[in-house]
Design a protein around this ligand. Structure first.
Ligand SMILES: [Zn+2]
Length: 162
């Protein structure tokens, strides 16, 4: 599993507050809803998303981790940062957000994305004593929390397959 730390490379306007990692109860799965080309610069994609989210008033990119087309995992925010990702403030204040690149209503997740996702989720749910409440039953699709297509019909049935 390759995690690329880009926390210091993304534009940030401010913080929405910090969570106690012992009290983080949800891990919410998203797609970004944007077309995923066969080849692209992942960091540039996340810089653009960070600016988009800042312009919406969310202060920073609204995902904790992102998984690109080749299965590299990008670390976007400290796990204790409150992020405006799921449209429910109560859940935002006790969750981390995992995002697949792509419009997974239309596109399929790549095999490499799914392999990286499984490794990331096994690590987060079984190998992280500092996130004690993040277990398999903590993992939800965005659509489990509010009415949205996210994380897309081609990904949603797969989010607990790890
Ligand atoms: Zn979402």
């Amino acid at each position: 599993m390759k995690i690329i730390d880009v926390r210091k490379k993304l534009p940030v306007k401010g913080s929405n507050g910090l969570m106690d990692k012992n009290k983080i109860t949800h891990c919410v799965i998203h797609h970004d809803g944007e077309n995923r080309p066969n080849s692209y610069n992942s960091l540039n994609r996340y810089i653009a998303e960070a600016n988009y989210h800042i312009n919406k008033g969310w202060n920073r990119i609204s995902y904790t981790y992102a998984i690109d087309n080749i299965g590299d995992i990008y670390w976007l925010n400290d796990e204790n940062q409150i992020l405006y990702h799921c449209g429910n403030l109560t859940i935002n204040k006790k969750s981390i957000a995992i995002k697949f690149d792509g419009n997974l209503e239309i596109q399929k997740p790549t095999e490499r994305q799914l392999k990286a996702y499984k490794e990331l989720m096994i690590w987060l749910t079984t190998k992280r004593p500092d996130l004690p409440l993040i277990v398999k039953s903590s993992v939800k699709g965005h659509r489990d929390i509010k009415a949205t297509a996210c994380p897309g019909k081609n990904l949603y049935p797969l989010i607990l397959k790890f």
